[in-house]
Design a protein around this ligand. Structure first.
Ligand SMILES: *Cc1c(COP(=O)(O)O)cnc(C)c1O
Length: 960
């Protein structure tokens, strides 16, 4: 027998689940002869790509990792003392392996379905409690995208809270980090907010200012006492935002105790790798009285149907609508996984551990400062926590050279240098610094009395700036300090949450596909995770190669000329894209073009982003088939021909249909002087078959955490790079610290030049291992799987909207509105699915009272069948209510989900069996996922808003 020695396993066969037999059966069910025939019936011929994508040949998983090791070696892992908002960390192994590298956590969806999300909701509540404690504030949210954008959110929050309508000036301390100032500039411009950069000690505050922002410790490392400044600001009705270093707050007096109205910052240095810029969670805390203006998600305590302690996303109605055109924030995907890691870091170390870490950082900095002073260097920071600043004059070059010899990166500013110590710095590391600083002065370590210097290390923080108040006092932060306890705590939370480890999560518009292990592995390699975003260009060759390739590949996939890899969520991509369009118009003398046409079916982030970009929103109607009403679009485009900026359009539409008129639609917009922004959330139905450029768009974002395999992480991270046509390339975002732009670039939209750089590796791996054919097949199978579900379910549920040949794209909407007539809401279906072991599809978007199902190509036929069986069984339960066979209010739907304690309780008074409650289909008995709480009470939670861990006694009482 001849043996095939050239056999190579194809990753494509791991990623796309249906095999040949499944495919044949599914085609039969949907009455199509072949997958290609289905595609012809689905994707309009006039927008089909005429060629195969020009991408490198697909690599096997093993080859990809081998080759990537080579690329990784082009990144140089130098010891970083750069600081500037990013610090090396020691990620506790128990957190790295069991959260960051654990699909049980990273494949979770955003916790909209609270009953099967209690683990991450608790972890996020811990994060909020930690932030409120450390900052000395009353209420905190569950993370924002990064420090810079959080500062912009604070600016808008202050702006919307202003008492004086005419106040337009925002005071920014000149010692705020440059990347943050850059984002403040970008974000203020469209609103007509004037940024005044100055010295906080000399600033003359007046009533024209609505807010001020300072950094603590400041960008130079100096720790100022801002209490007088806060007092002066408040006298003039100015609110004060403080950007704080989270580690320093263990030793420094928290801003909440000296007058801050908002405190924000990055929680990166609590156990999250630098990753060349991200992903990291920003934190944001404020006073109780401003809770309704707090941007982002807030986790709150409530009770479930049995009156027990339960958690949920608070003020969710507000959150889901993202305030549409009145929005000042467009945050959807945030940084849940990273916030969870930081919260766990605090759980593991506890207040004592955190304080010891902070003291050691400060102690080593004091030691370094005194040694350098003894060597004759002038240290410029009077009060500092972790940063010394030295004026070097002529010695700057020899110091720079010595630093490189010692594989050390310092932060260079003109002829001075700053050195920031972090958790990973050892005494030996500091000795290395002292040695070469001595050498440059022609001295040696023996010229210093090191033992004496070490013995006299004392806190340099002045008394009035020392923290006196306790923090992290809740038992959660004082109970899990041995690894076994920590491991079990993490696992006990994980066990409450349904993730892709359990079953398919068919979330329309969110594309919950496979997040392959091989794609994830490199993210935690030191060559990628321990790189500072401002490391010198010649040390990051590996990352540059990844970005160049990804840029090229995504350009090929979208048909565009270039990408910006900076936006760190889809909504940030929308914003960046619109700002690029704005810059383009203005550069051509068309600054008046500020109208954005947005179809009524659009995702809430679309109008929110347009509002943030200073645009006027005009809504375009959709017809009864869910398509854009072309006549209405034409009329509105013509009416606004002189001030039309753009159309924002999702394709295929949010209704899951390839609109045949899309080319005409784009032409109408262009004809009237506008640009076309395509929301790329549905790119999973396009890759390899058509492209944004082919349909006629000028810009689009890609949600890499949807189409390109970055896991959702329970609500982030994500990446939202934008692609643009040639005429828009000059305007792609630049950066204040790292030179990536040109004279026409808009200023930065994210803190780091390449956003959450380290997770770009995931999408890189996906494309490299799939190749052109694999990616195209993924799209085809996403469409096949969706149409298979449609065929199986359409006799049970009306399917809203399909294409002219009766096909849906990669997702479909099931209409559940008629059930309302006999009291069944779409939420009841969503909750009942939990009893069947499934996460609900997207509920009530884009049409209220419906669910939107998107299976993705990564689900095998038997999983689709299980899901369909569950939906059909639920439909039969609905029929029982409809026919009056079972009580309208006491039935399995209304009482869903059923917890194990309810089902095993001695009392059972319902008109249906316990078996029907918890094991409604045979497959459920084989593998049961138990919701950990009964249905959560939303009203109770919002009425009694509690957003940090309540005292133990309080919920102990409630559970009795
Ligand atoms: C997910 C989504 C967005 C927002 O993307 P984020 O990454 O969550 O910011 C925008 N539009 C549509 C249609 C989406 O599905």
């Amino acid at each position: 027998m001849k043996l095939n020695i050239d056999y190579q396993e194809k990753f494509e066969q791991r990623h796309i689940a249906p095999n040949e037999q499944d495919t044949a059966k599914m085609l039969e069910t949907i009455s199509a002869d072949s997958v290609d025939q289905l595609i012809e019936q689905t994707v309009p011929a006039n927008i089909r790509l005429k060629k195969v994508l020009d991408l490198p040949r697909a690599k096997s998983e093993a080859d990809y990792l081998n080759d990537l090791k080579q690329v990784a070696s082009k990144n140089k892992v130098f010891k970083s003392y750069i600081g500037q908002g990013y610090h090396d960390v020691i990620v506790p192994g128990v957190i790295q392996r069991n959260i960051l590298e654990n699909p049980g956590w990273y494949t979770q969806y955003t916790p909209y379905q609270a009953e099967i999300s209690q683990g991450r909701l608790q972890a996020l509540l811990n994060f909020q409690t930690m932030v409120a404690d450390l900052t000395g504030m009353e209420i905190a949210n569950a993370s924002l995208l990064d420090e810079g954008t959080a500062a912009a959110e604070a600016m808008f929050m202050q702006y919307s809270l202003r008492k004086n309508e005419n106040a337009k000036i925002f005071f920014v301390s000149e010692e705020v980090l440059p990347q943050t100032i850059d984002i403040l500039k970008t974000r203020s411009a469209p609103y007509g907010i004037e940024i005044l950069i100055g010295n906080h000690r000399k600033a003359e505050l007046n009533e024209d200012m609505f807010g001020a922002i300072v950094q603590y410790p400041a960008g130079t490392g100096e720790v100022y006492n801002y209490s007088d400044f806060a007092l002066k600001a408040h006298e003039k009705g100015i609110k004060l935002t403080v950007i704080a270093d989270i580690m320093s707050l263990a030793l420094l007096s928290p801003p909440g105790e000296w007058g801050a109205d908002i405190v924000l910052g990055s929680s990166q240095r609590f156990g999250v790798p630098m990753g060349f810029g991200g992903p990291h969670a920003a934190f944001f805390a404020t006073k109780e009285e401003y809770k309704r203006s707090l941007p982002g998600r807030i986790i709150g305590v409530t009770i479930d149907s049995a009156g027990n302690y339960a958690l949920r996303m608070a003020l969710q109605t507000r959150e889901q609508h993202i305030r549409r055109d009145k929005a000042t924030s467009n945050i959807c995907t945030a940084q849940a996984l990273l916030a969870i890691m930081s919260g766990m870091y605090a759980v593991y170390h506890g207040p004592k551990g955190i304080k010891l870490i902070a003291e050691r950082i400060h102690g080593l900095t004091v030691f370094l400062a005194s040694a350098l002073e003894n060597l004759g260097y002038k240290q410029e920071n009077k009060n500092f926590f972790d940063t010394v600043k030295l004026e070097l004059g002529d010695l700057i070059d020899p110091i720079h050279a010595e630093a490189l010899n010692n594989e050390v990166n310092l932060h260079y500013i003109g002829s001075s240098v700053s050195i920031t110590i972090d958790e990973t710095t050892s005494t030996e590391d500091v000795m290395t610094l002292i040695r070469f600083f001595a050498k440059v002065k022609g001295k040696t370590i023996h010229d210093l009395d090191i033992d004496n210097l070490k013995s006299i290390v004392r806190s340099q923080i002045p008394e009035e700036l020392k923290r006196k108040s306790a923090f992290l006092t809740h038992p959660i932060f004082n109970s899990h300090h041995s690894e076994h306890e920590m491991l079990r705590y993490i696992k006990s939370l994980e066990a409450k949450d349904l993730s892709l480890c359990h079953s398919m999560i068919a979330l329309g518009s969110c594309t919950m596909k496979l997040n392959a292990t091989t794609e994830m592995v490199p993210v935690t390699w030191a060559e990628f995770s321990k790189i500072h975003p401002f490391a010198p260009a010649d040390q990051v060759g590996g990352y540059m190669q990844i970005f160049d390739e990804l840029n090229k590949w995504l350009s090929e996939i979208t048909g565009f000329a270039a990408m910006s890899l900076q936006p760190n969520s889809g909504a940030q991509g929308e914003y960046a894209g619109l700002m690029v369009i704005r810059a383009y118009h203005s550069d051509r003398g068309d600054a008046q073009r500020n109208v954005a046409l947005i179809p009524s079916s659009a995702h809430g982030t679309n109008p929110a982003s347009a509002a943030m970009a200073g645009m006027k929103i005009v809504i375009v109607k959709c017809d009864e088939r869910g398509n854009i009403d072309v006549a209405d679009l034409k009329a509105k485009a013509e009416e606004h021909a002189s001030d039309l900026s753009c159309l924002m359009v999702t394709y295929p539409s949010t209704h899951g249909v390839f609109e045949e008129s899309i080319v005409e639609i784009c032409e109408i917009i262009h004809h009237n002087g506008g640009q076309v922004y395509m929301d790329g959330a549905n790119m999973n139905a396009q890759v390899g078959l058509t492209s944004p450029a082919t349909i006629g768009a000028d810009v689009c974002h890609l949600n890499l955490h949807k189409t390109f395999c970055i896991p959702h992480g329970g609500g982030g991270p994500g990446m939202g790079p934008i692609g643009v046509a040639k005429h828009l390339v000059p305007y792609l975002p630049g950066h204040a610290v790292v030179n990536i732009g040109n004279s026409k670039s808009i200023s930065a939209v994210s803190s780091a030049p390449w956003g959450s750089a380290s997770i770009l590796l995931i999408s890189h791996a996906y494309i490299a291992m799939m190749g052109a054919e694999g990616l195209t097949n993924a799209t085809k199978y996403a469409i096949l799987n969706a149409n298979y579900i449609k065929s199986r379910l359409e006799s049970s549920y009306p399917v809203l909207y399909s294409g002219s040949q009766g096909r849906c794209a990669h997702e479909m909407i099931l209409d559940c509105r008629a059930f309302k007539n006999f009291g069944i809401e779409v939420t009841d279906i969503a909750k009942r699915l939990m009893d069947y072991g499934f996460h609900a599809p997207t509920v009530s978007f884009p049409v209220a009272g419906t669910v939107m199902i998107e299976p993705t190509e990564s689900e095998p036929k038997h999983e689709l069948d299980r899901f369909c069986d569950a939906m059909i069984a639920i439909r039969e339960e609905i029929a029982e209510v409809e026919s009056g066979q079972i009580d309208k209010t006491d039935n399995p739907l209304k009482n869903a989900p059923h917890t194990s304690s309810v089902v095993t309780s001695d009392a059972w008074g319902h008109p249906y069996s316990r078996k029907k409650a918890a094991f409604p289909l045979p497959y459920v008995s084989a593998y049961k996922f138990w919701p950990s709480v009964g249905r959560v009470n939303d009203t109770y939670g919002d009425r009694t808003l509690v957003c940090s861990c309540p005292p133990v006694e309080s919920y102990a009482e409630e559970t009795v």
